[in-house]
Design a protein around this ligand. Structure first.
Ligand code: ADP
Ligand code: NI
Length: 191
């Protein structure tokens, strides 16, 4: 199946990425999207492929973990997708990032964006935040310039539940955000 070849390509590229944008993140995003699509109908293959490849063009990642857009395009042609399909998935992954405050143009894009944002929340979200922070020379907490990982919760993570596009994602986000608030309470208590 073509989708398995896409997964293999992502695995080869991102398996050992250490800021939380690794292959298993891509697989979780795909799984989140499949869950959302139980209630929201969309083009499943477009969504699944976009989920798997969404971080391959992310500028936050070390160059060795990314492809240029034309290279990624060629790889997808090589796997056997047609141009219309490829344009659609590449458009989605260029428009979902929260750093760029992207607004997806299609329901498929909205689902991929929600699926990716869900993986920034909950226990997994907490783990990814400190992994990203450590790798990017951030303090756990207490940076007078507020560039620490705990600050990232207030800058971004705790707002995500209100930014979800689909109802399914909103529900999961609410529960995962409560868990993160509990984590922060405990964190300060221990300090
Ligand atoms: P996207 O790819 O949707 O723009 P990001 O790559 O910005 O998302 O974020 C992915 C994850 O990386 C976040 O959920 C968070 O865990 C971590 N992260 C991103 N920026 C920071 C930061 N400044 N401090 C700590 N963690 C961060
Ligand atoms: Ni991602």
């Amino acid at each position: 199946m073509k989708i398995d070849q896409v997964a293999e390509m992502v695995k080869n590229k991102l398996q050992f990425e250490t800021t939380g944008h690794d292959y298993l993140h891509a697989l979780r995003v795909r799984k989140n999207a499949l869950f959302i699509m139980e209630k929201t109908s969309a083009n499943t293959e477009v969504v699944e492929v976009a989920c798997l490849i969404h971080d391959l063009i992310d500028h936050k990642l070390d160059l060795k973990y990314t492809y240029s857009l034309p290279t990624l395009h060629k790889k997808l042609v090589g796997i056997g997708y047609d141009s219309e399909f490829i344009e659609e998935v590449l458009d989605i992954i260029q428009n979902i990032s929260f750093s760029k405050n992207g607004k997806p143009r299609t329901i498929e894009g909205e689902i991929v964006q929600d699926a990716d944002r869900l993986d920034a929340l909950g226990a997994i979200g907490i783990a990814r935040t400190f992994a990203f922070g450590g790798k990017n020379n951030k303090l756990i907490y207490g940076d007078p310039n507020k560039r620490d990982s705990v600050n990232h919760f207030y800058e971004k993570l705790l707002h995500l539940e209100h930014m979800m596009n689909t109802n399914s994602a909103k529900l999961i986000a609410k529960e995962r955000t409560e868990y993160m608030r509990d984590f922060l309470d405990k964190f300060y208590e221990e300090i």
